[in-house]
Design a protein around this ligand. Sequence first.
Ligand code: SAM
Length: 279
Amino acid sequence: MQAQTFSILANVVKERSGLALTPDKAYLFDTRLMAVARRWSLDSVDALANRIYAQPNDLQINDVVQAMTTNESLFFRDTKPFTLFVETMLPALKKVRAARRHIRIWSAASSAGQEAYSLAMLIKDHEAEFQGWTFEIVGTDLCQQMVDHAKTGLYSQFEIHRGLPDSMLHKYFAQAGDHWQISQQIRNMVRFQTGNLLHSLSSLGQFDIVFCRNVLIYFDVATKGKVLDAVARQMPDDGYLVLGGAETVLGVSKSFMPMPDHPGLYAKRRFDAGKAAVH
Ligand SMILES: C[S@@+](CC[C@H](N)C(=O)[O-])C[C@H]1O[C@@H](n2cnc3c(N)ncnc32)[C@H](O)[C@@H]1O
């Protein structure tokens, strides 16, 4: 690979997605981008980088970014956040939102939708406790392909057998050829759209619960901080932020603090003008 190929591609990927690639990851360009180069009738990753440098083309750049991002996800990933959702977040919000009876949830970086649909299935399971309430779940992801996949609600046997309890499979999925499709009722509970965490997503409105998991790990500290500060602006003071197991706000952003009794959950840090945090 030519010396400048790494810097050209790493720069466009960082600029578009936040994904920070260090030179030790240069080999990933070869393994992931050869197919992109061929799709554009180019015979090497070097040629792809040179083309992007000489004549930046949004479609080509998007192909590169999509090939370099990791879209790994699974239903009920890590279990614990979903237990906390049912046992901690929903009961607390039931009290503080009693007047409004409406709860908004954001699956930021929703990949193929497994996280958002896991939350929707849990809400459906608990609907008897929330008579008269409405829930809104929004899933956003940088990748159009992931958003399109999420909207179909169609999953392979492999995707289904990673994390989805049998009881949920039988209740909420129907076989569709060699795939499984989540029920229309659950699909209607979730809205998916593209959304780049590096850009303002304020048009999405305020969310009581934000799941922003396994995406910050790919960003450098400055980008993580900016994204977390932007997420905080879309949450009320009593909202809940859920991060992935390898992610934290500590040393990254002053907008949130860990909730002492609930590992993995973060609350907004409230500031009094000129005083220390009071949360
Ligand atoms: C590893 S998946 C995590 C999916 C899910 N949150 C989970 O924990 O299972 C990371 C997702 O982040 C998305 N992503 C990467 N950069 C992004 C950005 N700047 N804005 C929004 N989504 C992004 C990728 O497209 C990918 O689908």
